[in-house]
Design a protein around this ligand. Structure first.
Ligand SMILES: O=C(CO)COP(=O)(O)O
Length: 141
């Protein structure tokens, strides 16, 4: 599975803790992250992570583009709901695309725990059937 990992600054420690705890599950998947989040995950876990641009510099949009192209299967996005972000439109766009395309999205640790449990037991195998294909349900390729 292709998995996106993103965290706002005050949530980065939480995400790193999560990635560390579930490294045995995550290391058999392809991991993607926004720039700073990716650096912190790599430093703490030594997991292989493809890093996009930093969120405020377009990283959220790069991950959104993968969702639109049906190439992202799962998103962990540990949001900070108490701090204004300069790139709020990009954040909303990414979350919106998850909803447009029914991509599983966890925006906090508690939801992430549920999704990773589902990932471990194969609940997301259906993504393998549709990934990389067009979006016939949207009448487009
Ligand atoms: O701002 C972000 C997501 O909206 C995260 O970006 P960084 O991982 O580069 O800090």
């Amino acid at each position: 599975m292709n998995i996106a990992c993103i965290a706002h600054d005050k949530k980065k420690d939480d995400l790193v803790q999560f990635m560390t705890a579930y490294k045995p599950v995550l290391e058999s998947h392809s991991l993607f992250a926004t720039g700073t989040t990716g650096t912190k995950i790599i430093e703490a876990t030594d997991l292989s992570v493809h890093r996009f641009r930093s969120g405020p510099l377009g990283g959220d949009q790069q991950i959104g583009a993968m969702i639109a192209e049906n190439k992202m299967d799962l998103v962990f996005f540990f949001r900070d709901p108490l701090t204004a972000q300069p790139h709020e439109p990009d954040i909303n766009a990414l979350i919106r695309l998850c909803d447009v395309y029914s991509i599983p999205l966890a925006t906090n640790m508690a939801s992430a725990e549920i999704l990773i449990a589902g990932l471990s037991r194969g609940d997301l195998e259906w993504r393998g059937l549709v990934k990389g294909k067009g979006r016939p349900e949207f009448n487009e390729n």
